[in-house]
Design a protein around this ligand. Sequence first.
Ligand SMILES: Cc1cc2nc3c(=O)[nH]c(=O)nc-3n(C[C@H](O)[C@H](O)[C@H](O)COP(=O)(O)OP(=O)(O)OC[C@H]3O[C@@H](n4cnc5c(N)ncnc54)[C@H](O)[C@@H]3O)c2cc1C
Length: 405
Amino acid sequence: MKSKPKRKSGLDIVIIGCGINGLFSAYNLLKEGHSVTIIDRNREGLTSKNNAGLLQPSSLTSSPTMSPGRAFQAATVGWGAVYISPSQVARNMNWFMRAFGNMTGYEEKIRELGMLSLKLYLDFFEKEHINPDVQKGIAALYSNEEDGRKAAAAGKGRFIDEAEISQLGYMNLKGGAMFENEVSINPIKLYESLRSRVSEMGANLILGKEAKLKTSGRKVEYVDIGEKLKADKYLVTTGSWADQTLKPLGYKPNVMPARGMIMLFSTGMAKVVNAPALLEDTGIAIIQHNQNTLRITGFYEMVGHSPEFKESRKKWLLDNVKAHMKNFDKISFVRQSYGFRPCTSDQLPVIGKVPGYSDLFVAAGQCRLGMTLAAASGYAISEIIQGRKPSGVNADNFSPARFAL
Ligand SMILES: Cc1cc2nc3c(=O)[nH]c(=O)nc-3n(C[C@H](O)[C@H](O)[C@H](O)COP(=O)(O)OP(=O)(O)OC[C@H]3O[C@@H](n4cnc5c(N)ncnc54)[C@H](O)[C@@H]3O)c2cc1C
């Protein structure tokens, strides 16, 4: 049995999952003097590098609102960016039944966590001298002017009309909301800078190893990675795989993967759009990170962890971008990839102690807002692990106990 040398006062903590949530949790725990080991079965972050990089607490829904009619539409004729495979519905009936239920009040809870997160992000960039292509101002754009006015009022943004939208580099859109204080980042740069920082702070990163939790009664005995890793506390941040990690221990955080695509383009050193934008009618995000990199993301597909996209879907995505981006003919394709949003059935993340265990914690299920919420999620779970109540956020809103079996 291998156990790491312990610091005098700190805890020894093993984190499973080196995505953005694992990294921000590690960052906070290391700052407090604890000893941290992070394990990931991949060598590179997948979803936490492959997303739109919008840190956008005003985006009030964390995933599309479900209803039986919409699920049927998404599984048959299609519902824009959303696709739901019938076999996923059949296999995860409980998740969908809960998602179809009457959900109100989650928006404010997410917004509270998101606003705290945005503040923590800005402090983090300044304190650590990290600049992952940070840009202030995100536009939410609509083909219907009234939708733009409603979004501006609901999210306390500034209404923008068709003429201003055109100046930003977009077309065939009648209204929108500009959120001047929200921020976009290049997720690859953020992920890599944070991982390096956490490593410099002393984290032990074990990459390329599958981790399995081994218990004795309601206590974690060790993490199996081919050898036995023992710690004082264990944290699961395995994103859309959180159910698989925790189900053998008798707890299911109710997280399903919702697949999305990213495409990177070269702009030929030209400025092709003047602000990051979310085309709200189709859920497509367009962001120019720097002089030469444009990122386009889209789709919310519930198909398990399959990485294959149909050609017809890619065409749908590009046709929609072409219809709304004035300089579309100036960009050239570089590469594409995908990621899996970790989505709970009630639209809220799961952050806290795993029911029945005193030494096991989880921070997962941030879905479409996982990047936005990560700084605050990492802060909140690190406080909970240390036996403290996080300030500035009501952690009860995200309690894992709501999904206790
Ligand atoms: C197309 C797209 C666009 C998005 N846009 C935005 C956006 O603009 N703004 C925003 O806020 N969010 C966005 N998101 C969501 C965001 O990317 C995710 O919510 C976030 O990255 C999830 O981070 P995570 O750390 O929880 O999980 P992940 O990044 O998935 O990390 C979990 C890690 O756990 C590892 N793992 C799993 N099981 C094991 C095991 N047994 N042993 C070892 N390792 C294991 C995996 O390999 C993985 O690296 C987007 C997502 C997609 C797909």
